[in-house]
Design a protein around this ligand. Sequence first.
Ligand code: FAD
Ligand code: SF4
Length: 488
Amino acid sequence: MTTNEQTRQINDRLNIPRQPVPKQAPADRVTNFDETYLLMDMGAALVEASRCIDCPSAPCMDACPVHNDIPAALKRLEDGDLLGAAAKFRETSTLPEMCGRLCPQESLCEGACVVGFAIRPDGGLHPPVAIGRLESFITDNERRTIGRFPVRLSVPATGRRVAIVGSGPAGLTVAEELQARGHSCTVFDMWPEPGGVLRYGIPNFKMSKQILDEKLQSLRDQGITFVTNTKVGTDVTLDALHDEQGFDVIFIGTGAGVGNPLRAPGEELGNVYPATDFLVRGNLRPDELPEHLREKPYIGTDVVVVGGGDTSMDCVRTAIRLGAQQVTCVYRRTEAEMLGRAEERKHAMEEGVTFAYLTTPVRFIGDPDGNVQSVELVKMELGEPDASGRRRPIQVEGSEYTVPASAVVIAVGYGADAEFAEHMPVETDRWGLVKVNDRTGQTNVPYIFAGGDVVNGADLVVTAIADGKRAATWIHQHLSNMGPAKKG
Ligand SMILES: Cc1cc2nc3c(=O)[nH]c(=O)nc-3n(C[C@H](O)[C@H](O)[C@H](O)COP(=O)(O)OP(=O)(O)OC[C@H]3O[C@@H](n4cnc5c(N)ncnc54)[C@H](O)[C@@H]3O)c2cc1C
Ligand code: SF4
Protein backbone atom coordinates (compact mmCIF):
# COMPACT_ATOMS: atom_id res chain seq x y z
CA MET A 1 0.00 0.00 0.00
CA THR A 2 1.38 3.46 -0.88
CA THR A 3 1.81 6.14 1.79
CA ASN A 4 -1.06 8.09 0.22
CA GLU A 5 -3.36 5.10 0.41
CA GLN A 6 -2.35 4.52 4.04
CA THR A 7 -3.06 8.17 4.92
CA ARG A 8 -6.45 8.00 3.19
CA GLN A 9 -7.31 4.81 5.07
CA ILE A 10 -6.36 6.39 8.42
CA ASN A 11 -8.40 9.50 7.61
CA ASP A 12 -11.39 7.34 6.67
CA ARG A 13 -11.13 5.63 10.06
CA LEU A 14 -10.71 8.94 11.89
CA ASN A 15 -13.90 10.22 10.27
CA ILE A 16 -16.00 7.42 11.77
CA PRO A 17 -17.87 8.94 14.75
CA ARG A 18 -17.47 7.31 18.19
CA GLN A 19 -20.40 4.95 18.65
CA PRO A 20 -22.65 5.72 21.61
CA VAL A 21 -22.98 3.07 24.31
CA PRO A 22 -26.62 2.85 25.48
CA LYS A 23 -27.41 3.62 29.13
CA GLN A 24 -30.49 3.46 31.29
CA ALA A 25 -32.12 6.92 31.47
CA PRO A 26 -31.40 8.61 34.83
CA ALA A 27 -35.10 8.57 35.81
CA ASP A 28 -35.20 4.79 35.27
CA ARG A 29 -31.87 3.82 36.74
CA VAL A 30 -32.48 5.53 40.10
CA THR A 31 -35.33 3.05 40.59
CA ASN A 32 -33.08 -0.02 40.37
CA PHE A 33 -29.54 -1.27 41.10
CA ASP A 34 -28.97 -2.70 37.61
CA GLU A 35 -25.95 -1.68 35.55
CA THR A 36 -26.14 1.88 34.23
CA TYR A 37 -24.67 0.86 30.87
CA LEU A 38 -26.78 -1.41 28.67
CA LEU A 39 -25.53 -4.00 26.21
CA MET A 40 -23.71 -2.50 23.25
CA ASP A 41 -25.26 -3.29 19.90
CA MET A 42 -23.22 -5.71 17.74
CA GLY A 43 -23.27 -3.37 14.72
CA ALA A 44 -22.10 -0.42 16.83
CA ALA A 45 -19.30 -2.54 18.36
CA LEU A 46 -18.03 -3.56 14.91
CA VAL A 47 -18.05 0.07 13.75
CA GLU A 48 -16.34 1.25 16.96
CA ALA A 49 -13.60 -1.38 16.54
CA SER A 50 -12.99 -0.08 13.01
CA ARG A 51 -12.06 3.34 14.50
CA CYS A 52 -8.77 1.78 15.70
CA ILE A 53 -6.05 2.86 13.23
CA ASP A 54 -3.77 -0.04 14.28
CA CYS A 55 -0.87 2.34 14.92
CA PRO A 56 2.45 0.47 15.14
CA SER A 57 3.50 2.03 18.47
CA ALA A 58 0.18 1.12 20.21
CA PRO A 59 0.72 3.35 23.28
CA CYS A 60 -2.64 2.08 24.59
CA MET A 61 -0.91 -1.25 25.35
CA ASP A 62 1.81 0.43 27.41
CA ALA A 63 -0.77 2.50 29.27
CA CYS A 64 -2.77 -0.62 30.18
CA PRO A 65 -1.31 -2.05 33.43
CA VAL A 66 -1.77 -5.64 32.15
CA HIS A 67 -0.64 -4.70 28.61
CA ASN A 68 -3.65 -6.06 26.77
CA ASP A 69 -2.97 -6.40 23.04
CA ILE A 70 -5.78 -3.97 22.22
CA PRO A 71 -5.09 -3.48 18.47
CA ALA A 72 -5.01 -7.26 17.88
CA ALA A 73 -8.23 -7.84 19.83
CA LEU A 74 -10.05 -5.00 18.02
CA LYS A 75 -8.83 -6.26 14.62
CA ARG A 76 -10.31 -9.69 15.39
CA LEU A 77 -13.59 -8.05 16.39
CA GLU A 78 -13.62 -5.97 13.21
CA ASP A 79 -13.04 -9.17 11.20
CA GLY A 80 -15.98 -10.84 12.98
CA ASP A 81 -13.79 -13.25 15.02
CA LEU A 82 -15.44 -12.44 18.35
CA LEU A 83 -14.20 -15.50 20.23
CA GLY A 84 -10.66 -14.84 18.97
CA ALA A 85 -10.94 -11.25 20.21
CA ALA A 86 -11.99 -12.49 23.67
CA ALA A 87 -9.12 -15.00 23.73
CA LYS A 88 -6.72 -12.11 22.99
CA PHE A 89 -7.92 -10.19 26.07
CA ARG A 90 -7.77 -13.34 28.21
CA GLU A 91 -4.13 -13.92 27.26
CA THR A 92 -3.14 -10.98 29.46
CA SER A 93 -6.05 -10.36 31.84
CA THR A 94 -7.88 -12.62 34.26
CA LEU A 95 -10.88 -10.27 34.57
CA PRO A 96 -11.36 -8.41 31.26
CA GLU A 97 -15.15 -8.08 31.53
CA MET A 98 -14.65 -6.34 34.89
CA CYS A 99 -11.79 -4.06 33.77
CA GLY A 100 -13.80 -3.01 30.70
CA ARG A 101 -16.46 -1.76 33.11
CA LEU A 102 -14.33 -0.47 35.98
CA CYS A 103 -10.99 0.90 34.74
CA PRO A 104 -10.60 4.68 34.55
CA GLN A 105 -9.85 4.29 30.84
CA GLU A 106 -9.44 8.04 30.30
CA SER A 107 -6.22 7.94 32.32
CA LEU A 108 -5.08 4.48 31.07
CA CYS A 109 -5.60 2.90 27.63
CA GLU A 110 -8.00 5.45 26.16
CA GLY A 111 -5.94 8.33 27.54
CA ALA A 112 -3.03 7.11 25.40
CA CYS A 113 -5.07 6.19 22.28
CA VAL A 114 -3.53 7.93 19.24
CA VAL A 115 -6.99 8.51 17.73
CA GLY A 116 -7.75 10.71 20.74
CA PHE A 117 -4.85 13.04 19.84
CA ALA A 118 -5.86 13.47 16.18
CA ILE A 119 -7.19 16.92 15.33
CA ARG A 120 -10.60 17.23 13.69
CA PRO A 121 -11.26 19.70 10.85
CA ASP A 122 -13.01 21.99 13.38
CA GLY A 123 -9.86 22.12 15.54
CA GLY A 124 -11.15 19.83 18.32
CA LEU A 125 -9.82 16.37 19.11
CA HIS A 126 -11.33 13.10 17.92
CA PRO A 127 -12.61 10.99 20.82
CA PRO A 128 -10.41 7.94 21.57
CA VAL A 129 -11.62 4.44 20.68
CA ALA A 130 -14.01 3.13 23.37
CA ILE A 131 -11.55 0.39 24.38
CA GLY A 132 -13.05 -0.43 27.77
CA ARG A 133 -16.61 -0.80 26.53
CA LEU A 134 -15.41 -2.99 23.62
CA GLU A 135 -13.39 -5.16 26.03
CA SER A 136 -16.48 -5.88 28.13
CA PHE A 137 -18.66 -6.27 25.00
CA ILE A 138 -16.26 -8.86 23.54
CA THR A 139 -15.85 -10.91 26.70
CA ASP A 140 -19.57 -10.67 27.67
CA ASN A 141 -20.39 -11.94 24.18
CA GLU A 142 -17.99 -14.86 24.64
CA ARG A 143 -19.65 -15.90 27.91
CA ARG A 144 -23.10 -15.66 26.35
CA THR A 145 -21.94 -17.71 23.35
CA ILE A 146 -20.29 -20.55 25.28
CA GLY A 147 -22.73 -20.32 28.20
CA ARG A 148 -20.09 -19.79 30.93
CA PHE A 149 -16.67 -18.39 31.71
CA PRO A 150 -13.96 -20.30 29.89
CA VAL A 151 -12.24 -22.58 32.45
CA ARG A 152 -8.42 -22.49 32.42
CA LEU A 153 -6.86 -25.90 31.78
CA SER A 154 -4.33 -26.96 34.42
CA VAL A 155 -1.12 -28.91 33.88
CA PRO A 156 -0.71 -32.09 36.03
CA ALA A 157 -0.57 -31.41 39.79
CA THR A 158 2.86 -30.55 41.18
CA GLY A 159 1.94 -31.46 44.76
CA ARG A 160 2.81 -27.90 45.89
CA ARG A 161 0.23 -25.96 47.89
CA VAL A 162 -0.34 -22.20 47.93
CA ALA A 163 -2.40 -20.25 50.49
CA ILE A 164 -3.82 -16.99 49.21
CA VAL A 165 -5.02 -14.54 51.83
CA GLY A 166 -7.66 -12.22 50.37
CA SER A 167 -10.04 -12.97 47.50
CA GLY A 168 -9.98 -9.60 45.70
CA PRO A 169 -8.70 -9.26 42.13
CA ALA A 170 -5.06 -9.74 43.25
CA GLY A 171 -5.76 -12.98 45.15
CA LEU A 172 -8.12 -14.38 42.49
CA THR A 173 -5.50 -13.74 39.80
CA VAL A 174 -2.73 -15.47 41.75
CA ALA A 175 -5.03 -18.45 42.37
CA GLU A 176 -6.08 -18.75 38.71
CA GLU A 177 -2.53 -18.44 37.38
CA LEU A 178 -0.95 -20.88 39.86
CA GLN A 179 -3.70 -23.49 39.71
CA ALA A 180 -3.23 -23.50 35.91
CA ARG A 181 0.48 -24.21 36.54
CA GLY A 182 -0.42 -27.28 38.60
CA HIS A 183 -0.17 -25.89 42.15
CA SER A 184 -3.06 -26.49 44.52
CA CYS A 185 -4.52 -23.13 45.61
CA THR A 186 -6.66 -22.33 48.64
CA VAL A 187 -8.05 -18.79 49.00
CA PHE A 188 -8.89 -17.52 52.50
CA ASP A 189 -11.15 -14.54 53.16
CA MET A 190 -12.73 -13.00 56.24
CA TRP A 191 -15.99 -12.03 54.49
CA PRO A 192 -18.76 -14.64 54.05
CA GLU A 193 -18.30 -14.72 50.25
CA PRO A 194 -15.21 -14.32 48.04
CA GLY A 195 -14.59 -11.36 45.71
CA GLY A 196 -13.02 -8.64 47.87
CA VAL A 197 -14.07 -5.15 46.81
CA LEU A 198 -15.58 -6.61 43.62
CA ARG A 199 -18.36 -7.80 45.95
CA TYR A 200 -17.93 -5.81 49.18
CA GLY A 201 -17.62 -2.33 47.69
CA ILE A 202 -18.33 -1.85 44.01
CA PRO A 203 -22.11 -1.50 43.56
CA ASN A 204 -24.17 -3.47 41.04
CA PHE A 205 -24.92 -0.34 39.03
CA LYS A 206 -21.24 -0.29 38.02
CA MET A 207 -20.80 -4.07 37.67
CA SER A 208 -23.35 -6.82 38.14
CA LYS A 209 -22.41 -9.34 40.85
CA GLN A 210 -23.58 -12.08 38.48
CA ILE A 211 -20.31 -11.66 36.55
CA LEU A 212 -18.33 -12.16 39.76
CA ASP A 213 -20.40 -15.20 40.78
CA GLU A 214 -19.90 -16.82 37.36
CA LYS A 215 -16.17 -16.09 37.52
CA LEU A 216 -15.91 -17.67 40.97
CA GLN A 217 -17.72 -20.77 39.70
CA SER A 218 -15.16 -21.08 36.90
CA LEU A 219 -12.35 -20.86 39.47
CA ARG A 220 -14.01 -23.57 41.59
CA ASP A 221 -14.36 -25.69 38.43
CA GLN A 222 -10.63 -25.16 37.88
CA GLY A 223 -10.03 -26.78 41.28
CA ILE A 224 -9.43 -23.75 43.50
CA THR A 225 -10.73 -24.02 47.10
CA PHE A 226 -12.29 -21.06 48.93
CA VAL A 227 -12.35 -20.82 52.73
CA THR A 228 -14.46 -17.86 53.87
CA ASN A 229 -15.40 -16.35 57.25
CA THR A 230 -11.74 -16.85 58.22
CA LYS A 231 -9.63 -13.91 59.32
CA VAL A 232 -5.97 -14.78 58.86
CA GLY A 233 -3.95 -13.39 61.75
CA THR A 234 -6.84 -14.02 64.14
CA ASP A 235 -8.49 -17.35 63.24
CA VAL A 236 -5.27 -18.81 61.84
CA THR A 237 -1.81 -17.23 61.68
CA LEU A 238 0.44 -17.01 58.64
CA ASP A 239 3.00 -19.12 60.52
CA ALA A 240 0.40 -21.83 61.15
CA LEU A 241 -0.57 -21.88 57.47
CA HIS A 242 3.06 -22.55 56.57
CA ASP A 243 4.40 -24.58 59.51
CA GLU A 244 1.32 -26.58 60.54
CA GLN A 245 -0.96 -26.71 57.50
CA GLY A 246 1.93 -27.27 55.09
CA PHE A 247 1.34 -24.50 52.53
CA ASP A 248 4.60 -24.03 50.61
CA VAL A 249 3.94 -20.38 49.75
CA ILE A 250 1.57 -17.68 51.01
CA PHE A 251 0.35 -14.74 48.94
CA ILE A 252 -1.00 -11.76 50.89
CA GLY A 253 -3.66 -9.87 48.95
CA THR A 254 -5.59 -8.37 51.84
CA GLY A 255 -6.23 -5.01 50.17
CA ALA A 256 -6.59 -1.63 51.83
CA GLY A 257 -10.12 -1.90 53.11
CA VAL A 258 -10.03 0.08 56.33
CA GLY A 259 -11.95 3.33 55.89
CA ASN A 260 -10.19 6.49 57.10
CA PRO A 261 -12.06 8.31 59.87
CA LEU A 262 -12.80 12.02 59.51
CA ARG A 263 -11.97 12.65 63.18
CA ALA A 264 -14.79 15.20 63.55
CA PRO A 265 -16.87 15.41 66.76
CA GLY A 266 -20.11 13.42 66.53
CA GLU A 267 -18.75 10.83 64.08
CA GLU A 268 -19.84 8.10 66.53
CA LEU A 269 -23.54 9.12 66.32
CA GLY A 270 -26.16 6.72 65.01
CA ASN A 271 -26.70 6.73 61.20
CA VAL A 272 -23.17 8.02 60.53
CA TYR A 273 -21.66 5.25 58.40
CA PRO A 274 -18.18 4.41 57.13
CA ALA A 275 -18.40 4.09 53.30
CA THR A 276 -17.93 0.30 53.10
CA ASP A 277 -20.56 -0.44 55.79
CA PHE A 278 -22.99 1.80 53.92
CA LEU A 279 -22.23 0.31 50.51
CA VAL A 280 -22.40 -3.34 51.53
CA ARG A 281 -25.54 -2.89 53.60
CA GLY A 282 -27.13 -0.86 50.83
CA ASN A 283 -26.14 -3.06 47.90
CA LEU A 284 -25.85 -6.69 49.04
CA ARG A 285 -28.27 -9.42 50.07
CA PRO A 286 -28.30 -10.14 53.84
CA ASP A 287 -26.98 -13.69 53.29
CA GLU A 288 -23.79 -12.23 51.73
CA LEU A 289 -23.11 -10.25 54.91
CA PRO A 290 -21.99 -10.99 58.46
CA GLU A 291 -24.87 -10.79 60.93
CA HIS A 292 -23.98 -7.33 62.31
CA LEU A 293 -24.22 -5.74 58.83
CA ARG A 294 -27.44 -7.33 57.59
CA GLU A 295 -29.83 -4.46 58.29
CA LYS A 296 -30.26 -1.87 55.51
CA PRO A 297 -28.73 1.53 56.40
CA TYR A 298 -31.16 4.16 57.65
CA ILE A 299 -31.70 6.78 54.94
CA GLY A 300 -34.47 9.22 55.92
CA THR A 301 -34.68 12.32 53.74
CA ASP A 302 -31.30 14.09 53.66
CA VAL A 303 -28.10 12.14 53.15
CA VAL A 304 -24.72 13.89 53.36
CA VAL A 305 -21.72 12.07 51.86
CA VAL A 306 -18.29 13.41 52.82
CA GLY A 307 -15.45 12.95 50.29
CA GLY A 308 -14.82 13.47 46.60
CA GLY A 309 -13.42 10.20 45.15
CA ASP A 310 -15.05 7.34 43.30
CA THR A 311 -16.19 5.71 46.53
CA SER A 312 -18.19 8.84 47.41
CA MET A 313 -19.87 8.65 44.00
CA ASP A 314 -20.77 5.01 44.74
CA CYS A 315 -22.24 6.17 48.08
CA VAL A 316 -24.27 9.10 46.73
CA ARG A 317 -25.69 6.97 43.93
CA THR A 318 -26.54 4.18 46.39
CA ALA A 319 -28.27 6.70 48.71
CA ILE A 320 -30.41 7.95 45.81
CA ARG A 321 -31.42 4.37 44.95
CA LEU A 322 -32.27 3.68 48.60
CA GLY A 323 -34.83 6.51 48.45
CA ALA A 324 -33.14 9.65 49.84
CA GLN A 325 -34.89 12.84 48.72
CA GLN A 326 -31.81 15.03 48.97
CA VAL A 327 -28.25 13.74 48.62
CA THR A 328 -25.32 16.15 49.01
CA CYS A 329 -21.68 15.37 48.34
CA VAL A 330 -19.47 17.58 50.50
CA TYR A 331 -15.90 18.09 49.23
CA ARG A 332 -13.26 20.42 50.65
CA ARG A 333 -11.61 21.37 47.34
CA THR A 334 -13.13 22.22 43.93
CA GLU A 335 -14.23 19.82 41.20
CA ALA A 336 -10.90 20.43 39.42
CA GLU A 337 -9.01 18.73 42.30
CA MET A 338 -11.35 15.74 42.60
CA LEU A 339 -9.53 12.43 42.13
CA GLY A 340 -12.47 10.34 40.92
CA ARG A 341 -13.79 9.84 37.40
CA ALA A 342 -15.63 12.75 35.72
CA GLU A 343 -17.99 10.16 34.21
CA GLU A 344 -19.08 9.00 37.67
CA ARG A 345 -19.71 12.60 38.79
CA LYS A 346 -21.80 13.14 35.66
CA HIS A 347 -23.84 10.03 36.44
CA ALA A 348 -24.37 11.28 40.00
CA MET A 349 -25.45 14.75 38.85
CA GLU A 350 -27.85 13.25 36.29
CA GLU A 351 -29.36 11.24 39.15
CA GLY A 352 -30.01 14.39 41.20
CA VAL A 353 -27.01 14.56 43.57
CA THR A 354 -26.00 18.05 44.73
CA PHE A 355 -22.31 18.95 45.16
CA ALA A 356 -21.07 21.32 47.88
CA TYR A 357 -17.49 22.16 46.87
CA LEU A 358 -14.98 24.05 49.06
CA THR A 359 -16.91 22.80 52.09
CA THR A 360 -16.05 20.50 54.97
CA PRO A 361 -17.86 19.21 58.07
CA VAL A 362 -16.84 20.65 61.43
CA ARG A 363 -19.08 18.44 63.58
CA PHE A 364 -22.11 16.18 63.46
CA ILE A 365 -25.02 17.12 65.71
CA GLY A 366 -27.25 14.44 67.28
CA ASP A 367 -30.89 14.24 68.36
CA PRO A 368 -31.90 13.10 71.88
CA ASP A 369 -31.82 9.44 70.68
CA GLY A 370 -28.17 9.70 69.71
CA ASN A 371 -28.78 9.75 65.95
CA VAL A 372 -27.34 12.38 63.64
CA GLN A 373 -29.80 15.16 62.77
CA SER A 374 -27.61 17.87 61.20
CA VAL A 375 -24.08 18.66 60.10
CA GLU A 376 -22.19 21.86 60.80
CA LEU A 377 -20.22 22.74 57.68
CA VAL A 378 -17.61 25.39 57.02
CA LYS A 379 -16.50 27.00 53.75
CA MET A 380 -12.93 26.57 52.52
CA GLU A 381 -10.63 28.42 50.15
CA LEU A 382 -7.57 27.05 48.36
CA GLY A 383 -4.06 28.01 49.46
CA GLU A 384 -0.63 26.87 48.24
CA PRO A 385 -0.16 23.32 46.87
CA ASP A 386 0.48 20.60 49.52
CA ALA A 387 2.55 17.38 49.29
CA SER A 388 -0.04 15.86 46.91
CA GLY A 389 0.51 18.76 44.49
CA ARG A 390 -3.08 19.90 44.97
CA ARG A 391 -3.87 23.30 46.52
CA ARG A 392 -4.35 23.05 50.28
CA PRO A 393 -7.89 23.85 51.51
CA ILE A 394 -8.00 26.51 54.26
CA GLN A 395 -11.01 27.22 56.48
CA VAL A 396 -12.80 30.57 55.92
CA GLU A 397 -13.26 32.10 59.39
CA GLY A 398 -16.89 32.65 60.43
CA SER A 399 -18.39 30.76 57.45
CA GLU A 400 -20.01 27.98 59.53
CA TYR A 401 -23.55 26.90 58.63
CA THR A 402 -25.73 23.91 59.43
CA VAL A 403 -27.66 21.57 57.13
CA PRO A 404 -30.14 18.82 58.06
CA ALA A 405 -28.84 15.22 57.82
CA SER A 406 -30.84 12.05 58.45
CA ALA A 407 -27.77 9.95 57.55
CA VAL A 408 -24.09 10.69 56.88
CA VAL A 409 -21.53 8.61 54.99
CA ILE A 410 -17.80 9.13 55.52
CA ALA A 411 -15.89 8.33 52.30
CA VAL A 412 -12.50 9.96 52.78
CA GLY A 413 -10.19 7.18 51.61
CA TYR A 414 -8.91 3.79 52.68
CA GLY A 415 -5.81 2.32 54.29
CA ALA A 416 -4.36 -1.11 55.05
CA ASP A 417 -5.29 -2.97 58.24
CA ALA A 418 -2.62 -1.75 60.69
CA GLU A 419 -3.53 -4.43 63.24
CA PHE A 420 -2.99 -7.26 60.74
CA ALA A 421 0.32 -5.61 59.71
CA GLU A 422 1.51 -5.59 63.33
CA HIS A 423 1.07 -9.35 63.68
CA MET A 424 2.63 -10.32 60.36
CA PRO A 425 6.15 -11.73 60.13
CA VAL A 426 6.81 -9.51 57.05
CA GLU A 427 8.16 -5.97 56.86
CA THR A 428 5.60 -3.19 56.44
CA ASP A 429 5.87 0.58 56.16
CA ARG A 430 4.38 3.08 58.60
CA TRP A 431 0.99 2.88 56.85
CA GLY A 432 0.89 -0.89 57.28
CA LEU A 433 1.58 -1.52 53.57
CA VAL A 434 3.62 -4.65 52.90
CA LYS A 435 7.12 -4.04 51.52
CA VAL A 436 7.97 -6.25 48.52
CA ASN A 437 10.65 -6.64 45.90
CA ASP A 438 9.19 -4.49 43.06
CA ARG A 439 10.14 -7.04 40.40
CA THR A 440 8.89 -10.24 42.06
CA GLY A 441 6.36 -9.31 44.75
CA GLN A 442 8.40 -11.32 47.29
CA THR A 443 8.56 -10.03 50.88
CA ASN A 444 11.51 -10.30 53.28
CA VAL A 445 10.16 -13.76 54.24
CA PRO A 446 11.05 -15.95 51.23
CA TYR A 447 7.85 -18.01 51.24
CA ILE A 448 5.56 -14.96 51.50
CA PHE A 449 4.63 -12.80 48.50
CA ALA A 450 2.18 -9.88 48.37
CA GLY A 451 0.42 -7.64 45.87
CA GLY A 452 -2.56 -5.39 45.15
CA ASP A 453 -3.76 -2.62 47.47
CA VAL A 454 -1.96 -4.05 50.54
CA VAL A 455 1.28 -3.14 48.74
CA ASN A 456 0.26 -0.11 46.64
CA GLY A 457 -2.32 1.50 48.92
CA ALA A 458 -5.88 2.07 47.63
CA ASP A 459 -5.56 1.73 43.87
CA LEU A 460 -7.37 -0.06 41.03
CA VAL A 461 -8.75 -3.45 40.05
CA VAL A 462 -6.44 -3.63 37.03
CA THR A 463 -3.28 -2.83 39.03
CA ALA A 464 -4.22 -5.56 41.52
CA ILE A 465 -4.56 -7.99 38.58
CA ALA A 466 -1.17 -6.88 37.23
CA ASP A 467 0.41 -7.48 40.66
CA GLY A 468 -1.26 -10.89 40.91
CA LYS A 469 0.08 -11.91 37.48
CA ARG A 470 3.59 -10.82 38.36
CA ALA A 471 3.57 -12.53 41.76
CA ALA A 472 2.22 -15.76 40.21
CA THR A 473 5.14 -15.85 37.76
CA TRP A 474 7.68 -15.55 40.57
CA ILE A 475 5.86 -17.85 42.98
CA HIS A 476 5.88 -20.50 40.25
CA GLN A 477 9.62 -19.94 39.82
CA HIS A 478 10.11 -20.20 43.60
CA LEU A 479 8.09 -23.45 43.78
CA SER A 480 9.91 -24.91 40.77
CA ASN A 481 13.25 -24.20 42.49
CA MET A 482 12.04 -26.17 45.52
CA GLY A 483 12.10 -29.38 43.46
CA PRO A 484 9.50 -32.17 43.56
CA ALA A 485 7.07 -32.19 46.50
CA LYS A 486 7.29 -35.08 48.99
CA LYS A 487 4.40 -37.50 48.54
CA GLY A 488 2.19 -37.19 51.58
C1 FAD B 1 -16.23 1.34 47.03
C2 FAD B 1 -15.07 1.10 46.11
C3 FAD B 1 -15.26 1.27 44.74
C4 FAD B 1 -14.20 1.06 43.87
N1 FAD B 1 -14.41 1.23 42.54
C5 FAD B 1 -13.40 0.95 41.67
C6 FAD B 1 -13.60 1.06 40.27
O1 FAD B 1 -14.66 1.43 39.80
N2 FAD B 1 -12.56 0.75 39.45
C7 FAD B 1 -11.36 0.30 39.93
O2 FAD B 1 -10.45 -0.02 39.14
N3 FAD B 1 -11.13 0.21 41.27
C8 FAD B 1 -12.14 0.52 42.12
N4 FAD B 1 -11.92 0.42 43.48
C9 FAD B 1 -10.59 -0.03 43.95
C10 FAD B 1 -10.44 -1.55 43.75
O3 FAD B 1 -11.60 -2.21 44.08
C11 FAD B 1 -9.26 -2.07 44.56
O4 FAD B 1 -8.11 -1.37 44.15
C12 FAD B 1 -9.05 -3.57 44.33
O5 FAD B 1 -10.18 -4.31 44.67
C13 FAD B 1 -7.84 -4.06 45.14
O6 FAD B 1 -7.75 -5.45 45.00
P1 FAD B 1 -7.04 -6.35 46.10
O7 FAD B 1 -7.17 -7.75 45.59
O8 FAD B 1 -5.70 -5.81 46.40
O9 FAD B 1 -7.88 -6.17 47.43
P2 FAD B 1 -9.42 -6.22 47.81
O10 FAD B 1 -10.32 -6.22 46.63
O11 FAD B 1 -9.59 -5.17 48.83
O12 FAD B 1 -9.57 -7.65 48.50
C14 FAD B 1 -8.92 -7.93 49.71
C15 FAD B 1 -9.62 -9.07 50.39
O13 FAD B 1 -8.82 -9.48 51.49
C16 FAD B 1 -9.68 -9.82 52.56
N5 FAD B 1 -8.93 -9.72 53.81
C17 FAD B 1 -8.39 -8.61 54.36
N6 FAD B 1 -7.74 -8.94 55.51
C18 FAD B 1 -7.90 -10.27 55.66
C19 FAD B 1 -7.48 -11.20 56.65
N7 FAD B 1 -6.74 -10.81 57.70
N8 FAD B 1 -7.84 -12.50 56.53
C20 FAD B 1 -8.59 -12.91 55.47
N9 FAD B 1 -9.02 -12.07 54.50
C21 FAD B 1 -8.67 -10.78 54.59
C22 FAD B 1 -10.80 -8.81 52.47
O14 FAD B 1 -11.94 -9.32 53.12
C23 FAD B 1 -10.98 -8.71 50.97
O15 FAD B 1 -11.96 -9.62 50.51
C24 FAD B 1 -12.95 0.66 44.38
C25 FAD B 1 -12.75 0.51 45.75
C26 FAD B 1 -13.80 0.72 46.60
C27 FAD B 1 -13.58 0.54 48.08
S1 SF4 C 1 -7.61 -3.51 31.33
FE1 SF4 C 1 -8.26 -1.39 31.68
S2 SF4 C 1 -6.53 -0.17 30.94
FE2 SF4 C 1 -6.28 -2.24 30.08
S3 SF4 C 1 -7.31 -2.19 28.06
FE3 SF4 C 1 -8.82 -2.88 29.54
S4 SF4 C 1 -9.90 -1.04 30.18
FE4 SF4 C 1 -7.99 -0.37 29.22
